[in-house]
Design a protein around this ligand. Structure first.
Ligand SMILES: Cc1cc2nc3c(=O)[nH]c(=O)nc-3n(C[C@H](O)[C@H](O)[C@H](O)COP(=O)(O)OP(=O)(O)OC[C@H]3O[C@@H](n4cnc5c(N)ncnc54)[C@H](O)[C@@H]3O)c2cc1C
Length: 459
C-alpha cells in the first residue's frame, strides 16, 4: 500500500474500524471524493460508475458545466490535499453583478468585510482532479460503465448492467455507499426498507444552458462576479469559465419556455428582458443553443435516514438533492464526506454507530439547506432587485463589520463558514427578532417623542 494510506488518526493511533471492502456507487463529485477518504483510511474501495470514464470520453453529457465552490467544499477538498490544485484553475467571484432590464449593472459584494468569495470551477475538471487523485491509491479500483441495477444490503451483494454485455456483473461489499445522484438506485433500494421516509418536489421552473463566448480571447463581462439578471418570474445567471467564456443558465417556468417556439419569438423575448446579454451571446448562437436542447427539470429531495444498519450509506444528491439556487448542492455533498469521516475517526466507534450518528447529525442540516435553496429560488429572481433586500444587505454588512463574531449574515454563514445549516437558519431567525425589536422600539420612541412634541406645542 502507498504511504498515503493511513488507517491511523491524526494522533497516530489506530482507527476503530478495521479495513473493509467498500462499494461506492457513482463516480461524480461526491463519490470520487468519498473514495479518496475511504482509501486514506485504509479501506479497500471499489467505485462503480454508470458512465464511461469522463477523463477519456469524447463527449461528456451532464448538468451545469461550472459550479460555485464555497467554504464547505473547499474544506472537504483540503482534507484530501486537493484544495490548492482546484483553486489554481478556479475563478474567484467576489459578489453578484445585477443586470437590470435596461442593461444597467450594480454590484453586491458577498463579503465586503473579509473579502470572502465563491469560486467558479469546471465540473468536468474538478471530477477529473478527484479521479486522478484516486489513481494514486492502490486500494481504489474504478469500474466505469457499471450501472447498479439491484442491491441486497443484508447480503452486501450488487448487480450491474454493462453496455454490450448480456449478463449482469455481480459484486459484494461490506458497505455500500450511494453517491449516485438525485435519482439514486441505492436510495430506491433503501426506500423499500421499514422506517424510510422520502419526499420529492419538482419546481415549476426548468433551466437551459447558454453561452457567452470569449471575444478576442477576452471575457465579454467582468469575470470576477456571479452575474444575475433577476426578472421576477424568471432569471438568468452566468458564471465565468477558464476559457474566458461564461456559462449562462436561463431559468423560467416551463410554460414560458413553451411559449417561445420560433426564432423571432426568442429574439423578441431576449430584446425585451435580456437586452444587454443578447449581443454578448450573439443571435445566431442563442438560437442554436436554445433550440438544440429541452429545458431540464429541477427538484428537491429529502429523505431520512441516510443509512441502513451497518450496511449502506447515502451521500450527496442521493441523500439530499436541492434546487441549485444557493449553489450548495455539491458543497453540501462534499461536506457530507467531512462530517462522516470526522465521525469515523472517533475513538472506539463502530461502523453501525458511525452511520447512525451521521444520520442523527446530518439529516436536519440537509433538510435545512434544501429549504434554504428553495428560499433563494425566490430571492435571486425577485428579492435581489428590491429596496428592502438592499437595505437588509446594508444593515447585515454593517453589523457584520462591527460584530463579526456575533452577527454573521445568512448568506455568509451558509457560504463562508461550516456552521451547521440548521444553525444558519436559527441564527437568521434570531437576527430577525432582534431587528424587529430594535425597529419596534425606535418606532415607539419616535411616535412618543412626536406625540409629546405636539402636546407641548398645543398647550
Ligand atoms: C443547474 C445546476 C447548477 C448547479 N450549481 C451548483 C453550484 O454552483 N454549486 C454547488 O455546490 N452545487 C451546484 N449544483 C448541484 C450539484 O451539481 C450537485 O449537488 C452535485 O453534482 C452532486 O454530486 P453527486 O456526486 O452527489 O451527484 P452527481 O453529480 O449527480 O453524480 C452522481 C454520479 O452517479 C452516477 N450514477 C447514477 N446512477 C447510477 C447507477 N445506477 N449506477 C452507477 N452510477 C450511477 C452518475 O452517472 C453520476 O456520475 C448545481 C446543480 C444544477 C442542476
Amino acid at each position: 500500500m502507498s504511504e498515503c494510506i493511513k488507517n491511523v488518526n491524526a494522533n497516530g493511533t489506530n482507527l476503530s474500524i478495521p479495513p473493509m471492502k467498500v462499494a461506492i456507487i457513482g463516480g461524480g463529485l461526491v463519490g470520487s471524493l468519498a473514495a479518496l477518504n475511504f482509501a486514506r483510511n485504509g479501506h479497500n474501495v471499489h467505485l462503480y460508475e454508470y458512465r464511461e470514464d469522463i477523463r477519456t470520453a469524447e463527449l461528456v453529457q451532464g448538468r451545469s458545466i461550472n459550479l460555485a465552490l464555497s467554504q464547505r467544499g473547499r474544506k472537504a477538498l483540503s482534507s484530501v490535499g486537493l484544495e490548492e490544485e482546484v483553486l489554481a484553475t478556479a475563478i474567484p467571484m467576489r459578489g453578484r453583478m445585477l443586470h437590470d432590464i435596461k442593461g444597467r449593472t450594480s454590484v453586491v459584494l458577498y463579503d465586503p468585510c473579509t473579502n470572502e468569495c465563491l469560486y467558479s470551477v469546471g465540473r468536468k475538471h474538478l471530477n477529473e482532479i478527484l479521479l486522478n487523485a484516486g489513481e494514486k491509491f492502490p486500494n481504489i479500483h474504478y469500474h466505469f460503465e457499471h450501472k447498479l441495477k439491484k442491491a441486497n444490503f443484508n447480503e452486501g451483494s450488487m448487480s450491474f448492467q454493462r453496455p454490450y454485455e448480456e449478463k449482469d456483473a455481480v459484486a459484494t461489499a461490506d458497505l455500500i455507499v450511494g453517491a449516485d445522484g438525485a435519482f439514486s438506485a441505492v436510495r430506491q433500494q433503501m426506500s423499500k426498507t421499514l422506517g424510510f421516509n422520502y419526499s420529492q418536489e419538482y419546481i415549476e421552473h426548468g433551466y437551459l444552458e447558454l453561452c457567452i463566448p470569449a471575444k478576442n480571447d477576452e471575457f465579454q463581462m467582468p469575470p470576477n462576479y456571479l452575474h444575475i439578471w433577476p426578472r421576477n418570474e424568471f432569471m438568468m445567471i452566468a458564471l465565468p469559465n477558464q476559457d474566458k467564456s461564461f456559462t449562462v443558465t436561463l431559468s423560467m417556468p416551463f410554460k414560458v419556455f413553451q411559449g417561445i417556439q420560433s426564432h423571432q419569438e426568442l429574439l423578441d423575448f431576449f430584446r425585451k428582458y435580456y437586452t444587454d446579454a443578447l449581443p454578448l451571446i450573439g443571435e445566431e448562437m442563442l438560437i442554436k443553443d436554445f433550440f438544440k436542447s429541452k429545458p431540464q427539470f429541477l427538484l428537491s429531495i429529502k429523505c431520512n435516514p441516510f443509512h441502513y444498519g451497518d450496511k449502506a450509506l447515502l451521500l450527496g444528491d442521493a441523500a439530499h438533492a436541492m434546487v441549485p439556487y444557493y449553489g450548495q448542492g455539491m458543497n453540501a455533498g462534499m461536506e457530507d464526506c467531512s462530517i462522516f469521516f470526522s465521525i469515523l475517526h472517533q475513538p472506539h466507534i463502530t461502523l453501525a454507530r458511525a452511520l447512525e450518528q451521521f444520520t442523527e447529525t446530518r439529516v436536519q442540516d440537509a433538510h435545512a439547506i434544501c429549504d434554504l435553496a428553495m428560499y433563494n429560488y425566490v430571492e435571486m429572481r425577485d428579492l435581489t432587485k428590491r429596496f428592502s433586500f438592499k437595505c437588509r444587505k446594508f444593515l447585515d454588512t454593517t453589523l457584520f463589520r462591527f460584530f463579526p463574531s456575533v452577527w454573521v449574515p445568512l448568506y455568509n454563514s451558509v457560504s463562508f463558514t461550516s456552521m451547521p445549516y440548521s444553525k444558519c437558519i436559527a441564527n437568521r431567525e434570531w437576527q430577525d427578532e432582534i431587528l424587529k425589536k430594535v425597529f419596534g422600539a425606535t418606532l415607539f420612541f419616535a411616535l412618543t417623542l412626536s406625540g409629546a412634541f405636539i402636546y407641548v406645542n398645543n398647550m
